[in-house]
Design a protein around this ligand. Structure first.
Ligand code: ADP
Ligand code: MG
Length: 241
């Protein structure tokens, strides 16, 4: 399998507070990986480091064989390749219309207007939100906002999707729609979540974090079968297992 993303001895501290310790991870093309762990274990910080929203205090991030921490000037193009869907859709939507929000990334990439229009249509279509293109993001339901937030990332045509708790605060139907979308995309995907049923449904591989370390990395069924590990990390086995 082709390795697309690799974290080597990644560290992150905020002042004296060490939040990520010696994170090592190799992601192959096409994998859908969950990142689980109790609140405060470092899931979001790891994803934010991968997206360079936080600067790691140690270690390396290798994307398609290149050390991306060496290329500070190329953050925009890297972020287009490794797109992040924030936990709060409101943090991702800030333009007057859905269409402008979805066009924002491609416009930043300085693409031709025609190409931008093509991408906006394609991304909105992919999340079933074409009919919302003229709407104000602030008037949408939680599920609609989440789908549009995903479209703002898809329009950059990323190779890797990084999603922070994509199903939190959604009603059951909106949650199901998001899960079905992720399944259909076929992107290499990292998903931080507490939604263990979704993990079982979507992710063949699961990473377990505890106090800023990766304490397990293996097949989802194997991880969920390890009751001692789940207990130690404050996690619950999904009901369906
Ligand atoms: P999770 O997503 O697993 O709940 P986080 O990555 O959000 O965990 O947080 C891990 C730890 O890092 C927590 O102790 C949190 O307080 C701390 N942390 C996260 N962001 C910051 C920040 N900007 N400044 C200081 N501490 C932070
Ligand atoms: Mg988090």
């Amino acid at each position: 399998m082709t390795e697309i993303l690799k974290l080597e001895h990644l560290e992150k501290s905020f002042g004296d507070h060490v939040v990520l310790r010696d994170i090592n991870l190799s992601v192959s093309k096409g994998e859908v990986i969950s990142v689980i762990g109790s609140s405060g274990s470092g899931k979001s910080t790891m994803l934010r480091c991968i997206n360079l929203l936080e600067e790691p205090t140690g270690g390396r991030i290798i994307f398609e064989g290149n050390d991306i921490s060496d290329k500070k000037n190329n953050v925009t193009s890297y972020r287009a390749r490794v797109g992040m869907v924030f936990q709060q859709a409101d943090d991702q939507l800030f333009m007057p219309t859905v269409e402008e929000d979805v066009a924002f990334g491609p416009s930043n990439m300085r693409l031709e207007p025609e190409e931008i229009r093509r991408r906006v249509t394609e991304a909105l279509d992919a999340v079933g939100a074409l009919h919302l293109r003229g709407a104000s993001p602030f008037r949408l339901s939680g599920g609609q906002k989440k789908r549009v937030a995903i479209a703002t990332v898809l329009s950059m045509e990323p190779s890797v999707l990084v999603m922070d708790e994509p199903t939190s605060n959604l009603d059951p139907r909106a949650r199901r729609q998001i899960i079905d979308l992720i399944r259909r995309f076929g992107h290499t995907t990292l998903i931080a979540t507490h939604d263990m049923e979704m993990v079982l449904d979507l992710c063949d591989r699961t990473i377990v974090m505890k106090q800023g370390r990766i304490v397990a990395d293996g097949s989802t069924r194997h991880v969920f079968g390890d009751l001692a590990l789940l207990e130690e990390c404050g996690l619950e086995q999904p009901c369906e297992l």
